[in-house]
Design a protein around this ligand. Sequence first.
Ligand code: TMP
Length: 204
Amino acid sequence: MFITFEGIENCGKSTQSKLLYEWLLDNGYSVILTREPGGTPSAEEIRNFLLKKRNETFPPFSEVCMYIAARGFHVKNLIKPELSKGNIVICDRFSDSTIAYQGYGRGLPISLIKEMDEQAREGIKPDITFLIDIPVEESLKRSKEKEKDRIESESTEFHEKVRKGFLAIAKENPERVKVINGTKPIKEVFNEILATITEKLQCL
Ligand code: TMP
């Protein structure tokens, strides 16, 4: 089973993916927790490049090429081998982030992103995606204390477009994407995730 978590900055998806990882381990499942961009040494190198603030304009097409390149390393060297061993893979962000950020956020053609992404995914796609949805104002409130990376430093308008993108993806893929209200307490959000996952595990 391939499970992904998506959402705008500070939505709580990393906390929730970790909670799910620990719950699955405690219940005897073979599971790995990974993230995008990153997850393998080469993809983590690309991550550092992507998130570092720069004094140069980062063209949107260069940006999408790098996110897709990182995904290629990750799928080939980690996600695909783990899934073929029968292990559960939880990934903090995947293809939906590229459509939301580089498509809706940066304005690159969605059809181009989908074509590039298809090459990097090598046929794998999430069985279930949790979209942890919070308003952009809530995201900004939660980020106040932290030092922001290159993408987090983007305008409120950019993050509004990204959120809109995620919600559009969810609407187009209701059988795969479960939208969860991320403003609720951590425990309540997790119980909702768990209800979906236990139902899925029973169907296996
Ligand atoms: P993270 O903060 O969730 O670790 O993700 C890193 C950043 O990269 C986050 O700002 C979202 C962004 N991102 C994209 O813009 N496109 C992508 O395809 C992915 C996977 C992440």
